[in-house]
Design a protein around this ligand. Structure first.
Ligand code: NAD
Ligand SMILES: O=C(O)C1=N[C@H](C(=O)O)CCC1
Length: 255
């Protein structure tokens, strides 16, 4: 018999509950009839508060330095996880996959960005990539952000680079021979990424493509952290039936 979440809501915990994203997630979960916020913990709190509260899914919006330890705890305790925290290198993903290999039925979903427009920006960029000889990414965020480039820009660069490689495109043309350090941004998989940190911003990304006589700009703006909540809730509701590691929201959005 399948569970009726209207009668017996899914028990959700939040890690990083006092942070900008964590607080927003606590509000969103509390407002959803089919979800129950059973624990919200932050730095210095015991992780065991999550198991004590019977959390079935935990959402992590903490810091790249601590997220792997949090996930190890959750996987060992058999708790599904939805992760928005950035910093997931290929090595980290491999570590997580091997931890999940020995935890059948357990799901972890990691998304560099839960906003629908950001997911679509990555998708559209992957489609456009093979048609343009030049591409650069500009990501723009609030000045309290810990990491640069953003997780979203890193992922965008990776999907663009993969599409360019598949199409046999060489590196974007660039005659720069004299440069003040950093003026041309960071190279992520052969794609230049420029990071802006500016008061007044939340989270924004611009992908610029260029070819002879034309450019294409794909831009997404999150003007409020509420923009991430539908994606987070979608992931929370689905992760118990997604065993193993899922990266990105694409499959849940039918992309
Ligand atoms: N995937 C997305 O859609 C998305 C959207 C926004 C932010 N992010 C990412 O989420 C992360 C958090 O962003 P933020 O703006 O909310 O940061 P924030 O600094 O406002 O919040 C982080 C919170 O985590 C807490 N924390 C730190 N270590 C902890 C630990 N060991 N256990 C429990 N809590 C701990 C901090 O005290 C803080 O309250 C960043 O990596 C950011 O890039 C992702
Ligand atoms: O505010 C942040 O920090 C954000 N982090 C994610 C990233 O690094 O891509 C998503 C956007 C907001």
């Amino acid at each position: 018999m399948s569970r009726d979440y209207a009668v017996d809501p899914l028990r959700v915990g939040v890690l990083g509950a006092k942070g900008k994203m964590g607080a927003e997630v606590c509000n969103a979960v509390s407002r959803a009839d089919d979800l129950s916020l059973v624990a919200g913990i932050d730095q210095g709190d015991r992780l065991e508060a999550l198991t004590d509260a019977g959390a079935e899914v935990v959402v992590d919006f903490t810091h790249p330095d601590v997220v792997m330890g949090n996930l190890e705890f959750l996987v060992n305790c058999g708790i599904h996880a939805v992760v928005g925290t950035t910093g997931f290198t290929a090595e980290r993903l491999a570590t997580l996959r091997s931890q999940l290999d020995v935890s059948p039925g357990l799901g972890v979903l990691i998304a560099p960005n839960f906003a629908i427009g950001a997911v679509l920006t990555m998708k559209f960029s992957a489609i456009a990539a093979k048609y343009y000889e030049s591409v650069e990414i500009i990501e723009l965020h609030h000045p309290r952000k810990a990491d640069a480039p953003s997780g979203t820009a890193m992922r965008t660069a990776q999907v663009i680079a993969a599409a360019r490689a598949e199409a046999g495109l060489p590196a974007s043309p660039d005659a720069t021979s004299q440069e003040v350090d950093g003026a041309r941004g960071a190279l992520v998989d052969d794609v230049r990424v420029h990071a802006i940190r500016l008061s007044g911003l939340i989270a924004h990304e611009e992908v610029l493509f260029g070819a002879d006589g034309e450019t294409l700009t794909i831009r997404h703006d999150s003007m409020d952290r509420k923009s991430f909540m539908p994606g987070v809730l979608l992931a929370v509701r689905n992760v118990p039936s997604l065993p193993g590691l899922t990266v990105g929201l694409d499959s849940l959005l039918g992309l």
